[in-house]
Design a protein around this ligand. Structure first.
Ligand code: UDP
Ligand code: MN
Length: 274
């Protein structure tokens, strides 16, 4: 049974992230595993789909299966209506061709090889999830980096779970997945990944614990650019706001996509989501 990295892309606005993520895993970190992407192909241009197929091994169209979070709750609780499709992450459990998946948000940037996680978490059960603590509330996991086992039974339970009112306390997938894998089992089904696998430096605009960031910087395995403004939305803040670590993403994006100035300009002109 195979293993794969997987991400989610429901529109053009996260395309620079999804491309840079895959290039990083493949050309630089040289993963031996497949790269899979769930896409809403109806929301992507053929040119974008071509770019995706150049670097992802498998692109799965989920156009008919997008699962929306209750939009009113998202706006009210997070002010982030663009996350209404993130319930779609539930579809990961339906990818039963794979026995283990490492799911990465498309706004993540691995700095080190992550392949060893497949080996380390091979005994994870389908009822469990491995994820790092959220920097804002460490008793909750952040849903941007997940190790999981696809499973038909868990998938149908999760799907059912999405239809019940108030099963997400933040209105998005993180609240939903935490209720299911963490809160419901009093924490037992959440296997903690170290924080270095999902470091969220731009939390609330500036990193919260700078001495630790400096002390442990060299052990960081992955940066996750949470929040509404992703690195590719804001080249102008480069250099002025060092702690958000956007320059790491820019260094890689430029390495992979700057040779073609037209393509670079095109990727960066994609408007931010709603
Ligand atoms: N996503 C997407 N299109 C959207 C919103 C989200 O493709 O309009 C995907 C993308 O992979 C993204 C993930 O869903 O990384 C979760 O959203 P986001 O990273 O913005 O949430 P945050 O990490 O800021 O909480
Ligand atoms: Mn994210």
């Amino acid at each position: 049974m195979s293993k794969a990295y997987v991400t989610l892309l429901t529109n053009e606005s996260y395309l620079p992230g999804a491309l840079t993520l895959a290039q990083k895993l493949k050309t630089e970190l040289k993963t031996k595993h497949k790269l899979v992407i769930l896409i809403d192909s109806s929301a992507l241009s053929t040119e974008s789909i071509d770019l995706i197929k150049q670097v992802y091994d498998v692109a799965i169209a989920i156009d008919d299966d997008l699962i929306n979070a209750p939009l009113d709750k998202l706006v009210q609780r997070l002010g982030r209506s663009e996350l209404s499709i993130t319930f779609t992450k539930v579809l990961l459990w339906n990818l039963t061709d794979y026995d283990t998946l490492i799911y990465l948000d498309s706004d993540t940037l691995p700095l080190a090889d992550l392949d060893h996680l497949f080996e380390e978490y091979k005994d994870l059960t389908a009822e469990q999830i491995a994820a790092s603590p959220d920097a804002g509330w460490p008793d909750i996991f952040n849903s941007g980096v997940l190790v999981l086992k696809p499973d038909a039974d868990v998938f149908s339970k999760l799907l059912e779970f999405t239809t019940v009112d108030n099963n997400t306390f933040d209105g998005a997938d993180q609240g939903l997945l935490n209720e299911f894998f963490n809160v419901a089992s009093a924490g037992k089904n959440w296997v903690r990944l170290p924080y270095v696998y999902n470091v969220t430096p731009n939390y609330s605009g500036a990193y919260q614990y700078l001495p630790a960031l400096h002390r442990f910087f060299s052990s960081i395995k992955l940066l996750h650019y949470i929040g509404q403004t992703k690195p590719w939305h804001a080249e102008d803040i480069l250099g002025t706001d060092f702690d958000n670590l956007h320059h790491y993403w820019w260094g890689d994006f430029n390495k992979f996509y700057a040779k073609d100035a037209t393509l670079k300009a095109k990727l960066l002109s994609i408007p931010k989501g709603e």
